[in-house]
Design a protein around this ligand. Sequence first.
Ligand code: SF4
Length: 295
Amino acid sequence: MKLYRDYADYLAERFPCKMQKLTVNAGFSCPNRDGTLGYGGCTYCNNDSFSPAIAGTSVTSQLQNARAFFARKYPAMRYIAYFQSYTNTHGDLSRLLALYNEALAVDGVDAIIIGTRPDCVSPQLLDALAEINRTNRVIIEYGAESSHDTTLQLVNRCHTWQTTVDAVAATRERGIDVGLHFILGLPGETRDMMLSTVDAINDIRPETVKFHQLQLIKGTRLAIQVAKGEISLTHFTVGQYISLCCDIINRLDPAIAIERFVSQAPDSLLISPRWGLKNYQFTNLLHKALQSPKT
Ligand code: SF4
């Protein structure tokens, strides 16, 4: 019995064979760091905690190397190039298209996922991506993080929820699939606020969503604010977080696929939470909780 629609379901509907994501670091920066929108970035962000250290290597060689690793074991596998690090639409249109097309020219790569901010996609870029999407699937993944503008302001996102609503509409209008990313446990957010974000997600119906727990990372502005006592965070136990995830699943439109509920920053950078669970162990606990009868 399926407990919720997951990412594998989404991929199986879109592609005729097994697909593997290959992460690409194309050397982008972020407009919330380089002064285009702001400096300093989002208060919780230390992009090193999720960026593979492969910048400087061409997109082609990154993908070929990653593909070689999987191809030995799974010769029939096909691939999705995932532009993950920083803001992967922050640049000249011609440079952006050259990078996306370079990825799609690599043997075995059939699709691209572009991770970006909702305020960083021009109509021209979306038109060009819609054109690529006619032959190779394009998926845009927006960092939305919360539907509450007070929270977005508190963590210095430099965009509003309406920006996300508009970006999703403009992307959907062009027939491009949308993924949204959210963080659970942002400063000042109550459980009710997080659940009302789920209602807001249902209103705009992305194809996929990712949630993850707020991770307090060394060297971030948030870590300094917490250390100084300027901000306090909700410290979820695993059980509390799983209970929140169950409520989210029960509330989310079942047509929206959930890609994940947790992520793991490198141990050397992570301050909290330190649950000591691998992602698959967390998923097992979540599935168990979803199947257990309510008391
Ligand atoms: S979280 Fe994303 S948008 Fe925010 S500073 Fe980091 S890279 Fe930029």
